[in-house]
Design a protein. Structure first.
Length: 120
């Protein structure tokens, strides 16, 4: 039975190595255990405005405990949109597909172990 489990795990590892599942985090060269995530911007001004939006939303959250608008932040919904666009880029969607396959492998191995215990 263990051979079958090892084969399934080996097959899964080979599939992962040849896939594009893990693309959100990239290992940083020369630094073990450190990864980076890329966020795409169309220009430097877009980058600057996005950082500004992050700071404005943080200020808005600090200054307001309810839904009213801060006196310093004009149109907080616009700035929140910018922040949500970053969050969308950082969602590990490709990794989720790999996790689904890993979960399926786990369930298969778990079921085989239960079947083997019942046969004994």
């Amino acid at each position: 039975m263990e051979t079958n489990e090892n084969k399934k795990a080996d097959d899964f590892i080979k599939e992962l190595k040849g896939s594009f599942y893990f693309r959100t985090l990239t290992p940083q060269r020369g630094k073990d255990g450190i990864y980076h995530a890329d966020i795409k911007f169309t220009s430097y001004i877009n980058l600057i405005f996005t950082v500004q939006n992050l700071m404005k939303i943080a200020l808005h959250a600090l200054e307001n405990s309810d839904l009213e608008n801060s006196s310093q932040i004009e149109d907080p919904a616009f700035h929140l949109t910018s922040i949500l666009e970053i969050a969308i880029q950082l969602l590990p969607c490709c990794e989720a597909e790999g996790l689904d396959k890993l979960h399926k492998l786990y369930l298969e191995i778990n079921q085989e172990n239960k079947n083997e215990q019942m046969d004994n």
